[in-house]
Design a protein around this ligand. Structure first.
Ligand code: ZN
Ligand code: ZN
Length: 119
C-alpha cells in the first residue's frame, strides 16, 4: 500500500502510478481525451509517479554525484529558475518546502528539504 498524495490546490487525490511508463501512458491518454499536455514526475513524498501539467514541468536529469537523504540520486536542474519552478510545483502539490542550491560537482542546481539543509 502507498499513502495517497492529494493536490493542495484542488484537494483531489493525485493519480498515482507505480512506474514512469504507466504514468507516461496515462499522460498520453489525458492528451488524447482532454488535449491537455501532462508530464510524469517522480514524487518526493510517496516515491511513485504523478502527472503535472506540462507548463509547470521543469526538465531535469539525474545527478550521478549527489544523493538525497534516503540515498536516492538527486535530480539536477539546468538553471536556477527551473529548480525554483519545480520547487514551486512541489509546494503547490505537496506543501513540501524546498531550497535551491548549486550542485557542488557539476553545473546545475538541486532541491533540498529545509530540514536537510546544512549549507
Ligand atoms: Zn506522491
Ligand atoms: Zn549534484
Amino acid at each position: 500500500m502507498f499513502s495517497q498524495c492529494t493536490s493542495r490546490r484542488t484537494g483531489d487525490p493525485l493519480n498515482t502510478y507505480l512506474c514512469d511508463i504507466s504514468a507516461q501512458q496515462a499522460a498520453d491518454q489525458v492528451k488524447i481525451n482532454h488535449g491537455k499536455a501532462m508530464v510524469s514526475y517522480q514524487c518526493d513524498s510517496c516515491n511513485y509517479w504523478h502527472l503535472c501539467p506540462e507548463e509547470r514541468h521543469t526538465p531535469s536529469v539525474t545527478c550521478h554525484h549527489c544523493t538525497s537523504g534516503d540515498g536516492r540520486p538527486k535530480q539536477l536542474y539546468a538553471t536556477h529558475d527551473a529548480a525554483e519552478k519545480r520547487a514551486d510545483c512541489l509546494w503547490q502539490e505537496n506543501r513540501v518546502q524546498l531550497k535551491v542550491y548549486k550542485c557542488p560537482h557539476q553545473h546545475g542546481w538541486h532541491l533540498t528539504k529545509f530540514r536537510d539543509w546544512r549549507g
